[in-house]
Design a protein. Structure first.
Length: 317
């Protein structure tokens, strides 16, 4: 641990800044975790793309298909490759609370910077606030590491801003990945920005959130390494300009990425988001790899359409 429990919020406000990416986990042809491929990707993302932090083995990383030991291995690889160069936030989300704790305690042991824990699915519960307060309070009481909440429709509900504001008072609750409508995360920003860092995964809205909400952290999804290359780091460029309040030039560069965004979004099969992103990675020269069951692979026709759009979007010149 790089800080004490009482220092968790201060450490977060000092270090949770810039562009963070949610890592896809590459799996080999025999569906094993491609440890070398993950290391190669992380080195490219850190050294060439200058990404500031990494969200490890979340939904993009297909954590739902991974064993506890595989998840731990991915954490360790990320910490080793990022040490002294970038920050790490590892996903300990699970329906089994003992698994959440086991992963979180491992994250503390190996020196991860932060953990993120998804709000759990709550069967038959209609009044969720006390349950969720107790859930995050129990996590906080048993851990020293900085904890980010995570609210997303996948839980079957959204955590209300007022609830998140209450939980934000816990010593080592430091952030939230708030995958909710903009009015909700705007409200929470006003309520809790003095105690936690609020962010969401939309790259499309990132510029506007810097401009209007004074956000400093993009947390996070895959665009930082899917719409950038070693020679074309426009997301970083517009982010740096906007954070330095040069909004006019930032918007020009931000808008110049629209053809890339359109090419990516228009070719994504609705039932194959992981396979689509991994194939796009391969077109960029990164290690994409296989997806795990129950995720589906792309067809030859889908790959053909993606390749045409990729070649025409102007990302590779």
């Amino acid at each position: 641990m790089k800080y004490s429990k009482k220092e968790a919020k201060e450490y977060a406000f000092q270090n949770m800044k810039g562009i963070w990416a949610a890592a896809l986990n590459p799996f080999s042809d025999n569906l094993l975790l491609d440890e070398g491929g993950l290391r190669t990707n992380l080195r490219h993302w850190i050294n060439d793309l200058e990404i500031d932090g990494f969200f490890i083995s979340g939904k993009q990383g297909e954590f739902f298909s991974m064993s506890i030991e595989e998840r731990k291995k991915s954490f360790l690889i990320a910490v080793e490759e990022s040490y002294g160069k970038a920050q790490t936030i590892v996903s300990c989300s699970d329906q089994n609370f003992d698994t959440v704790l086991e992963l979180a305690q491992y994250a503390e042991k190996i020196g991860a910077d932060f953990i993120v824990v998804h709000a759990p699915i709550l069967n038959f519960v209609s009044d969720r606030n006390e349950v969720l307060k107790n859930y995050y309070n129990e996590l906080s009481s048993k851990l020293n590491i900085g904890i980010a909440m995570w609210s997303h429709p996948d839980s079957g509900y959204l955590m209300e801003p007022e609830l998140c504001n209450d939980i934000a008072n816990l010593d080592n609750i430091v952030a939230i990945k708030y995958s909710v409508p903009r009015d909700m995360y705007s409200k929470l920003t006003k309520l809790a920005k003095d105690r936690i860092i609020i962010s969401t995964a939309s790259e499309h809205d990132w510029y506007q959130n810097i401009l209007e909400l004074d956000w400093k952290l993009y947390l996070c999804s895959s665009p930082p390494y899917l719409i950038q290359t070693k020679n074309d780091k426009r997301m970083k460029e517009y982010t740096d300009l906007a954070l330095n309040k040069n909004y006019k030039d930032a918007k020009i560069i931000r808008d110049s990425l629209d053809p890339v965004r359109k090419a990516f979004q228009s070719t994504k099969p609705l039932g194959k988001p992981h396979a689509h992103q991994k194939y796009w990675q391969e077109l960029l020269g990164q290690i994409g790899g296989r997806v795990r069951f129950p995720n589906l692979e792309l067809s030859k026709e889908e790959k053909k359409n993606i390749k045409i759009a990729f070649d025409e979007c102007g990302l590779i010149k």
